[in-house]
Design a protein around this ligand. Structure first.
Ligand code: SF4
Length: 611
């Protein structure tokens, strides 16, 4: 630790975020290392250390000979101020070396509101923000993660994007870089070669033009870059590296528990959900392997909680077997087995009783909409009866705490749908009165509403976002119709979700807005303490860009979209058909019930999904 850092740390909140040295961190000998990667998470230590993708890729990169991958997180504001005052550049936790010491700087980007953190981290590390201002092979900046599916708002800053799952493509990138470094290639030569790897998108190799009405007119690849870049994808998850010797954090993190990834992909196809399409098709891990991974990670970490994670864990087809085996291991050791958000339709009594044996955590459901009509329109294949039945089982089993997630502003939503949320919540309350086995403690129903953000690669990618004023009206309507001491209602901030929509569907003209916002001090936008809507509005005004162009304007079905150069395997025709079904309030069966020919199976060797 440097003297500067030692002086700063007692003056900031949570200094443990900034020191590294945790159990299981990977230290290598610099003399035996020929590629150093600064793996940056554009948010705080607590969030980044909970990120599964970061854990996996940290292990993948560090298993390569001659590669040392270290972690870098965004500092909280007090630390950033102190670093700037002391001229301490952003550094990696393992070695304490500044970003400028690294060959490659990788970002994992899962949330649009972390874009300013990327730019701010580069600035704090004394790395030029714009790709064109970084010359030579040093400090190649690349990024992956969910937001890479529409990389355009970051196009001027990131040298290349890695699309899809990183386990296989990341070693390919690093091996190419090793060759480039050994043979002293120019940056241009490296970008040229890396663009030939399947799943790599080099934004500077594409020229965008715009029509007088502001719509995107053309995307022209140059330097031999492909017309379509298709995501990378792991065929068999059992063959992919899953680390069970993760770093044990020095301080409390958001998900302070072992994590078992039971499958990738989702069989459902909720029409608003980007992950539900971009991770297709579903691939389960085998229960035998998962049990071994669970035991290894619990023994290596000493954790007393393990969660079975995936986009929809209750759809994991071997869940009853796995839960039984896990219970046999966990119960005698007093280890809590938890599941993230559950679907109401297949939540079995057996599973609930199993989970109940160690500790009752809160129940979380995401019906997303209050009426059956709207749930059908968004393809949330769950009925009111199923929700109430599930709650009845839970209340009989002793649960008294339910969290319910909804969205406001979904396409086709009316006031009747908004009021339907309140009706559903009251029916759940009534169910508790009728079924609770333990009424002494009372019941808490937490209701949360998000503001619908249309996302690329979903059937709703063309839809309008309602105005913030209209969102606030609907939110008030719901609040006024849900007065009860047992109900706690929280809602997402309108301004933040509006901005999220701009960045989610934006084009590369937004790069200058991002740069301007960072220049004006924007950072940590996902945090109430830092988010300043006015900073953004001023930045849009300075750059002459109207945010409504990307939000309340519906995109035309035949319009060229900024992300049209990228493919996740699902066909645009399928998305259009799904959109039509939404307007007819028609559901589409899940992939296990019937294949609906979305196109993602073409990514699989053999072409057949294992839903
Ligand atoms: S091809 Fe069929 S089974 Fe496979 S993800 Fe698409 S809809 Fe589901």
């Amino acid at each position: 630790m440097t003297n500067q850092l030692e002086r700063i740390l007692p003056t900031v909140q949570k200094p443990a975020r900034y020191v590294g040295g945790e159990y299981n961190q990977i230290i290598k000998n610099k003399d035996e290392t020929d590629i150093r990667v600064a793996f940056c998470f554009p948010d705080t230590y607590e969030i980044g250390m909970s990120n599964l993708g970061m854990r996996i890729l940290y292990a993948v990169m560090n298993r390569m000979d001659g590669v040392w991958c270290e972690r870098v997180f965004a500092p909280w504001g007090d630390m950033e101020d102190a670093m700037r005052k002391s001229n301490l550049p952003l550094y990696a936790l393992e070695s304490g070396d500044a970003l400028t010491e690294f060959d490659m700087i990788a970002f994992t980007v899962g949330y649009e509101m972390s874009y300013t953190n990327i730019l701010n981290m580069l600035r704090l590390g004394n790395i030029p923000m714009r790709s064109e201002d970084r010359h030579g092979l040093e400090h190649i900046v690349f990024a992956g993660g969910a937001c890479a599916y529409n990389p355009e708002p970051l196009a001027d800053f990131i040298d290349f994007f890695s699309l899809g799952e990183g386990e296989e493509i990341t070693p390919e990138i690093l091996e190419l870089y090793r060759t480039a470094k050994k043979e002293s290639w120019s940056k241009e030569q490296f970008l040229q070669e890396v663009s030939k790897i399947e799943g790599i998108y080099v934004p500077s190799f594409y020229e965008h033009t715009y029509a007088p009405d502001g719509k995107l007119l053309s995307i022209t690849p140059k330097n031999g870059a492909p017309m379509k870049v298709t995501k990378r994808f792991i065929q068999n998850l059992d063959d992919a590296l899953y680390p069970t010797d993760n770093i044990i954090p020095n301080t409390e993190i958001v998900h302070d528990r072992s994590n078992l990834e039971v499958m990738r992909g989702c069989i459902r196809g909720c029409r608003f959900c980007q992950a539900g399409f971009t991770y297709r098709p579903v691939r389960p891990r085998s229960p035998e392997l998962l049990l071994q991974q669970a035991i290894d990670s619990l023994e290596n970490s000493g954790c007393h909680e393990i969660t079975l994670s995936s986009l929809s864990t209750s759809d994991y087809k071997f869940l009853p077997v796995l839960a039984r085996q896990m219970q046999d291991y966990c119960t005698p050791r007093k280890i809590n087995l938890s599941l993230p958000s559950l679907r109401a339709d297949n939540f079995s009594r057996e599973l609930m009783l199993r989970l109940q044996q160690v500790r009752k955590s809160g129940l979380t459901f995401a019906p997303e909409a209050g009426t059956q009509r709207l749930r059908d329109a968004i393809n949330k294949n769950v009925t009111e009866e199923e929700i109430l039945e599930t709650c009845a089982i839970a209340f009989e089993g002793g649960w008294n705490n339910v969290k319910l997630y909804f969205m406001l502003g979904l396409p086709t939503e009316t006031d009747e749908d908004v009021l339907g949320i309140a009706e559903l919540v009251y029916k759940i309350l009534k169910t508790w009165r009728e079924h609770a086995s333990n009424k002494k403690r009372g019941v808490r129903i937490h209701v949360a509403t998000a503001y619908f953000v249309p996302k690329p690669f979903t059937p709703f990618q063309w839809e309008k976002q309602i105005t913030p004023e209209e969102y606030l009206r609907r939110q008030k309507l719901l609040k006024d119709n849900m007065p009860s001491k047992s109900i706690e209602y929280n809602w997402h901030a309108a301004d933040l979700s509006r901005l999220e929509a701009v960045l989610a569907r934006g084009d590369r003209r937004l790069c200058k807005v991002l740069e301007e916002a960072v220049r004006r001090g924007a950072k940590l936008d996902g945090w109430d303490e830092y988010f300043s809507y006015q900073t953004w509005i001023n930045s849009f005004n300075t750059c002459g860009i109207d945010p409504d162009f990307y939000t309340t304007r519906g995109y035309e079905l035949n319009e060229l979209l900024p992300w049209d150069v990228i493919s996740d395997g699902v066909s645009t025709d399928f998305l259009k058909k799904e959109r039509e079904c939404a307007y007819r309030n028609e559901t589409t069966p899940d992939c296990r019930t019937k294949c609906n020919a979305c196109g993602a199976n073409c990514l699989l060797e053999g072409g057949k999904c294992d839903a």
